[in-house]
Design a protein around this ligand. Structure first.
Ligand SMILES: *Cc1c(COP(=O)(O)O)cnc(C)c1O
Length: 387
């Protein structure tokens, strides 16, 4: 079916492939063609496709309790909240279904805090080229150039600083500022990690000016960068942290965590029909248990290192610059070739890759990726680059 006569509302261009089945690192389309998947639902399917343990948990919970209403507590909700807050070293959690919704919660929490504790301060400093979601407030928070002219008027109260530039942040702080919000690695913006020095300076600034630090770990959290949370690698603890994507390994699930003192919502301030829905909670608990094992995280680190080595080796064929990222969130620039074309050619050969820009490739495979899958993927990429 062409997109023009499809009943699906047009929001993005999609290639004429229909996926039907998945297992581990592989997707199959309706013609039976197999694809090695190095996108994993866009940094989502941490455990790969149709993980058997996860499928079992879903089936079991589906036969026990799918939804009890947000008005009541349920058993999986209490279990998962306990495990996640402990693992994150943050005392409180609000559950929701998408990353944007988690970030909306973070924004509301910061504004509530500003209202109560900082004379109504409401401005949040975010960063150029950042991505925080597609609701009106999270689009307004995002520093994506293409969002600028869209859906005016934006939600006000967001100021966009230069990434990794502390003087730019300082110049935007006013008595109205309540928080600074950032991704430890800008993912959609092209894999741009925060500088170690910069995050320490942000921490100092936050202390001096009484500002909250909001870590958007929707892409970097749940093992993606080789530790359970990316923030652990900097020794700077979030006041608020948001999770999404990999936390559900493909099931729509997200969370906002915060420190005890931010437990400040009153009834009616925040909620949602699907908050802490038992099926999602059972999924989250299972995914967390799988990812939060030393050998699992070691595989992420090792495979990430191997991808970087493979990229270095490719520089014999093409010019490659700035191989960067942590764990299995890796980017590299190819200044002399069009990476969107490369992605298209790899797709034809059964290898799914992502180009967040015209000269950048991003590697975000499922966290269960293996050495042999990396060998295979890079042999296809090498072939494509040689031609
Ligand atoms: C994907 C993403 C979001 C948005 O999550 P959705 O589930 O698409 O709403 C927000 N922030 C970051 C850093 C992301 O990568």
């Amino acid at each position: 079916m062409t997109q023009k006569n499809s009943p699906i509302l047009f929001t993005t261009k999609r290639p004429p492939i229909i996926f039907e089945k998945g297992e581990g690192m592989i997707l199959w389309d309706t013609t039976g063609k197999a694809y090695l998947d190095f996108i994993g639902g866009w940094a989502v399917n941490s455990l790969g496709h149709c993980h058997s343990g996860l499928a079992e948990v879903i089936a079991k919970q589906a036969k026990t309790l799918i939804n009890a209403s947000p008005q009541f507590e349920n058993k999986p909700m209490l279990e998962f909240a306990e495990a996640l807050t402990k693992a994150a070293d943050l005392e409180k959690v609000f559950f929701c279904s998408s990353g944007a919704e988690a970030n909306e919660s973070a924004i509301k929490c910061a504004r509530k805090w500003g209202q109560k504790e900082k004379q109504g301060a409401y401005e949040i400093i975010t960063f150029k080229h950042s991505f925080h979601g597609r609701t009106l407030a999270t689009m307004s928070a995002s520093g994506k150039e293409a969002f600028k002219p869209l859906f005016e008027p934006k939600v006000s109260g967001f100021k966009h600083a230069e990434w990794n530039d502390i003087s730019s942040v300082k110049s935007l702080v006013t008595p109205q500022t309540c928080a600074i919000m950032f991704e430890p690695i800008q993912g959609e913006g092209g894999v741009h990690p925060i500088d170690e020095q910069f995050i320490k300076e942000l921490k100092k600034l936050a202390e001096n000016e009484k500002l909250l630090l909001i870590f958007d770990e929707i892409q970097t959290g749940i093992g993606r960068t080789g530790t359970l949370f990316c923030y652990e690698q900097f020794g700077v603890k979030p006041d608020i942290m948001t999770l999404g994507k990999g936390i559900g390994s493909g099931y729509p699930l997200a969370a906002m965590l915060c420190q005890q003192y931010l437990d400040i919502f009153e009834p009616g301030d925040q909620g949602g029909t699907y908050t802490a829905q038992p099926l999602g909670m059972a999924v989250g608990l299972y995914v967390l248990e799988q990812v939060n094992k030393p050998e699992f995280l070691l595989n992420v680190q090792k495979c990430g290192d191997l991808i970087k080595e493979k990229l270095e080796a490719l520089s014999n064929i093409v010019k490659i610059k700035n191989i960067r990222g942590k764990g299995l969130l890796i980017g590299a620039d190819f200044p002399e070739i069009n990476t969107v074309d490369i992605v298209q050619k790899c797709l034809e050969k059964g290898f799914i890759l992502n180009a967040p820009g015209l000269h950048t490739l991003r590697f975000i495979p499922p966290l269960i990726v293996t050495e042999s899958a990396i060998e295979k993927g890079f042999s296809i990429l090498e072939d494509v680059l040689k031609n």
